[in-house]
Design a protein around this ligand. Sequence first.
Ligand SMILES: [Fe+2]
Length: 242
Amino acid sequence: MRHIDIHTHILPSLDDGPTAVADALELARQFVRNDTDRIFATPHGFSTVYHADPEVSQAALTRFSKEVRRAGIDLTVRLGMEIHYHPRVVQTILEGRALCLGSADTQRRYALIELPARDWPTELPEVIYELALREIQTIIAHPERNLAALAREQLIDEALAEGAWLQLTAGSLTGQFGSACERLSRRWLDAGKVHVIASDAHDPRVRQAGLARAFARLDEWGLSSAGEQCRRNAETIWRMTT
Ligand SMILES: [Fe+2]
């Protein structure tokens, strides 16, 4: 089974991903060993700490793709951004300062939006709606790690009702973020609330590449069909952004 990973921090020296090219290449090899041959590089944008400028990211992608080819690694990398939520998120996307997966020239665009770790923006349903009007699909990055969502699941249901997709982190399924996070992930997957599983890989050692273990966990839970749906959604994202 081949996987596509829509959320990774593989490009060197842009954010809290790898600093050294050698580590980024090791991450690339790790993806391939985990049956992943297509990924989006999604450096942090608009966070209080990191902001990957689109032009700088594009140049970094071009450089890194050459390194990947030179090293003989069978991995295709496309550019996106993990857009940290901010009040002008819609505007910055429309202006091209916040990058989506896909562009205005592709069939569809997907905005990978990270919410603050502790709060839940009250205007989120409106943002999802505003983006949908422009045929941009909102994907909420790792909501299972958001403390507000843990306390009030209704927030998630409101976002889903507005049409958002949820992306879980692979490590959440295997206990990397604690048992509460693992239980919640399992429950949401069982309830059909999850659309994509991604590694959110940052480095080859602690926050690693690969989805194989998460999908094995889904099989253990008897939730293989939920996993299959997530895999198909990732395929759709790749196809629609070609
Ligand atoms: Fe991330």
